[in-house]
Design a protein around this ligand. Structure first.
Ligand SMILES: C[S@@+](CC[C@H](N)C(=O)[O-])C[C@H]1O[C@@H](n2cnc3c(N)ncnc32)[C@H](O)[C@@H]1O
Length: 335
């Protein structure tokens, strides 16, 4: 079966990396048939429900569809493709589309889709049995049957402004979720954030079923983090007020680490030089992470990535522009 993931395009590399990490987490065998900024198209023998469940983890994808076909974005091309792609499932239907091209008129394309697929069926936009989705880009129209939709509004609802404890240091929940996905953490495994701040990463990990451990040098962060985790009913957590150098006295090995290191600007380093703090941090984290585990680390300075490479091997890097004066680098390391 072929599945099409409609990427959000909010970032150049994270949407794809997040899906590939989730496929790896679930040990799904697949071949990539097409990959670009708009879509990921894969072929797999895995059960549809397993693929569908991935969307419960993802944050930078809109939809996952059963792929029908793709072609040049014109109604003529579309009509040539349609006849062998008849939908066997019975029931009512809706044709939905997204046009990501400024140059292509979507109306003839949508009309062509409707002519073929709505024949002899009840058309309804409210809870149709079948939803045909067209994604129009400058070069291609991708057509699929909606299989699952990512609940993206949840991430906006969980923004730090809406949580019981606020601090501007917190990552956007969408980004925090993607970082958790990159760590390939499985349900019931242990994820550590040793610079947990408000707990944005722990919250996203806890919500997908990880057991979470957080620590931070600031007691007020630990108290705030506790309020947040309790508010969202993440129950399986442990929190410690601890310097990164001492966290090993509280916990044993963990399956994954996801953290956002202090940037030395808005977040405190207690006067410690960044190089020194990063060296101590990577040293501690390498002692705590299980062999083969992943550490997904946010850094403010590209020149400090090498410190992590003294302890781990680097898998990939994602650049992130937080705002004009702040670039972040999220690096996936493996032990
Ligand atoms: C960038 S913030 C983390 C933000 C967090 N991801 C969130 O969503 O709120 C870094 C955190 O590291 C903590 N920190 C600074 N120095 C530390 C140290 N030596 N050991 C442990 N935590 C430290 C700060 O108190 C701060 O909360």
């Amino acid at each position: 079966m072929k599945y099409l993931f409609e990427l959000s395009k909010e970032h150049k590399t994270l949407p794809l990396a997040e899906i590939l990490a989730c496929l790896e987490t679930e040990n799904i065998d697949y071949n990539i048939l097409e990959s670009n900024e708009d879509v990921l198209l894969i072929e797999t023998n895995s059960n549809e429900n397993i693929i569908k469940n991935l969307t419960g983890r993802l944050s930078y994808t809109f939809y996952m569809d059963q792929f029908l076909f793709s072609c040049l974005p014109s109604s003529g091309e579309l009509k040539k493709q349609l006849s062998p792609k008849i939908i066997e499932k019975k029931g009512s239907i809706a044709i939905k589309y997204k046009n990501r091209s400024k140059n292509i008129d979507s109306q003839p394309i949508v009309k062509a889709l409707a002519e073929i697929y709505t024949k002899g069926r009840e058309v309804t936009l409210e809870n149709p049995d079948i939803e045909v989705r067209g994604l129009i880009t400058d070069s291609t129209v991708y057509v699929g049957l909606k299989s699952a939709e990512v609940n993206r509004s949840q991430f906006e609802e969980r923004k730090v402004q809406n949580r019981p404890f606020f601090s501007p240091i917190s990552l956007h929940p969408k980004l925090a979720r993607a970082l958790v996905c990159l760590s390939i953490i499985k349900k019931d495994e242990i994820l550590l954030d040793p610079f947990c701040g408000t707990g944005g990463i722990l919250l996203e990990a806890g919500l997908i079923g990880a057991r979470v451990i957080g620590s931070d040098i600031e007691n007020k962060m630990i108290e705030g983090c506790k309020k947040t985790l309790d508010f969202y009913k993440v129950n399986d957590y442990k929190l410690y007020c601890s310097d990164i150098g001492d966290i090993g006295s509280h916990i044993d090995k963990v399956d994954a680490i996801v953290t956002d290191l202090p940037y030395g600007k808005s977040t405190t380093t207690k006067g410690e030089k960044m190089n020194n703090l990063y060296m101590r941090a990577f040293e501690s984290m390498s002692r705590l992470l299980k062999n083969g585990g992943r550490a997904v680390i946010g850094l403010s300075n590209e020149d400090l990535i090498y410190i992590g490479e003294k302890f781990f091997s680097k898998v990939e890097k994602h650049n992130f522009r937080a705002h004009r004066s702040l670039n972040r680098y999220f690096v996936v390391y493996e032990k």
